[in-house]
Design a binder for this molecule. Structure first.
Ligand code: PLP
Length: 381
């Protein structure tokens, strides 16, 4: 089986499991306990925090461990919006993950925030001038994802964050798909908050990080024992924090080498599919895209049928986001890119890890071409 759904989740890496193991066995303490077992767990948590801070070029106090990307996004958006007296207006892109869009909807319904969703180009890019024009005296927060999970388009975060910095408006980015493939230096990116999820990087599901500048007021979502400096109560998932930190360090070390190889595989796959299937459309930006994501639409063919056919051929993939899989509604992201609803129903996303080989990508390219043709009724086999 060739697994081409890494944007949904990844396998836990052996180095990560090995780093977690002692914290689930001998060093199982509660970091808040005042005895040697607890102190040992607290040291491990501190080590994970410093490791993450080093990779993100921030202070350890800017790191809040969460249960994943969804919680990190929720904490950033609700936490900053509800703590900042500036106003009740939030700016986001129209192609954010549901973890952001649904949180914004909550802030609108329950707390009366006004939300501006910035349109994107056909390739999925946010326009800097459109962002500048959307900011008002009331804007409390801006959130724009680093890389899109359905089409892989990468936003020019340093330029967009700079527009907000000029106006002293906090800027958050959802870097869940970007982590492992794009630079994460928060100072160079110029962001005030950034979400990362462990299970996209080779750590287990259920661990994430919100980088949030410690000077930014933040209303906690979870109240209790005051862990994470009061920003996220609850006994810390020490093994999860160490897993995430270890996975992050590994992908950061390997990033330059992995990205170059992956871009070659991506462009091979894109060309093979576009040349092999008449009318195939590449969705997202041709170049400003994640090295490990290729996404297409195949007008006239059902996306669900393509997925089934591909799985029969030994390739597992997705129609877009894992959350939207199985949904009969066309993807909001593809509609925002200007695709017709019928065309948006034909989407296919292939995404992989650095461990995916050239041979697997070549096999997958052939399988995509033959599967789409089979579904279109042309049938080459
Ligand atoms: N943001 C983006 C861009 C994602 O792709 C995902 C997961 O697919 C999330 C947030 C949610 O992360 P998690 O699964 O860790 O809750």
């Amino acid at each position: 089986m060739i697994y081409l759904d890494a944007a949904a989740t990844t396998e836990v890496r052996r180095e990560v499991l090995e780093a977690m193991w002692p914290l689930l066995t001998a060093d199982y303490g509660n970091p808040s306990s005042h005895h040697t077992v607890g102190e040992s767990a607290a040291r491990a948590l501190g080590y994970a925090r410093r490791l993450v801070a080093g990779e993100l070029n921030c202070k350890p106090n800017d790191v809040v461990f969460t249960s994943g990307g969804t919680e990190a996004d929720n904490l950033a958006l609700k936490g900053i919006a509800l703590a900042t007296p500036r106003g009740k207006h939030i700016v986001a892109s129209a192609i954010e993950h549901p973890a952001v869009l649904d949180t914004l909807d909550y802030l609108k319904r329950v707390h009366g925030f006004r939300i501006t969703l910035l349109p994107v180009t056909e390739a999925g890019l946010v326009d800097e001038e459109a962002l500048r024009g959307a900011l008002t005296e009331d804007t409390t927060l801006c959130t724009i994802m680093y890389a899109n999970n359905e089409v892989g388009t990468v936003q020019p975060i340093p330029a967009l964050a700079a527009v907000c910095r000029e106006r002293r408006i906090p800027f958050h980015t959802d870097a869940v798909q970007a982590a492992g493939w794009l630079p994460l230096d928060t100072a160079k990116l110029g962001v005030d908050a950034m979400s990362i999820s462990g299970h996209k990087l080779g750590a287990p599901k259920g661990c994430g990080v919100l980088f949030v500048r410690s000077r930014l007021p933040l209303e906690p979502l979870i109240h209790g024992g005051g862990q994470e400096r009061g920003k996220r109560s609850g006994t810390e998932n020490v093994a999860g924090a160490v897993a995430l930190a270890t996975a992050l360090r590994l992908v950061q070390e390997e990033r330059a080498a992995n990205s170059a190889g992956s871009v070659t595989r991506r462009d091979y796959l894109i060309n093979a599919v576009l040349n092999g299937v008449d009318g195939a459309i590449l969705t997202g930006h041709p170049a400003q895209r994640l090295p490990n994501v290729a996404s297409f639409c195949f007008p006239g063919a059902s996306g669900e049928a393509i997925l089934l056919e591909l799985e029969r051929a030994g390739v597992v993939s997705s129609s877009g986001s894992a959350c939207a899989a199985g949904a009969s509604e066309p993807s909001e992201v593809l509609l925002a890119l200007g695709l017709d609803p019928e065309v948006a129903q034909t989407a296919l996303r292939l995404s992989w890890t650095a461990a995916t080989t050239d041979a697997e990508i070549a096999l997958a390219a052939r399988a995509v071409v033959s599967s789409v043709k089979a579904v279109q009724g042309i049938g080459t086999r």
